[in-house]
Design a protein. Sequence first.
Length: 132
Amino acid sequence: MKSEPSTWSWEQQVKAGAKGEGWDGVRNYQASNNMKKMAVGDLCFFYHSVKERDIVGIVKVIKTYHPDPTDKSKRFGMVRVAKHKALKNKVNLDQIKSDDRLNHLALVKQSRLSVMPIDKKSWTIICKLGGI
């Protein structure tokens, strides 16, 4: 899950505590469909996009897909996520791109997509790169 730190940062996610925050504002059908597949308890990487381009933490889905009150068209929804764990080491996009085991990820292939799936093998690799 990608967010510009100036819009919603990891630090803000941490401060939101156990109540978490709605992942609103997604207006891409593919990203929205990815959120529709999420279940309570699913873990997601929290990625600072634009300037930083780092995976900085892990969030947990605490509420499944539901209407996004910021969407006036009523076409899109959101999930609610809470902080799960910070990475010990940020994992930069350049690291991911240079690792042949990860070059198939949507983060590399569809860089503008804000919510994307990740396979278990890649999840494990990124967690190791992140020091957890």
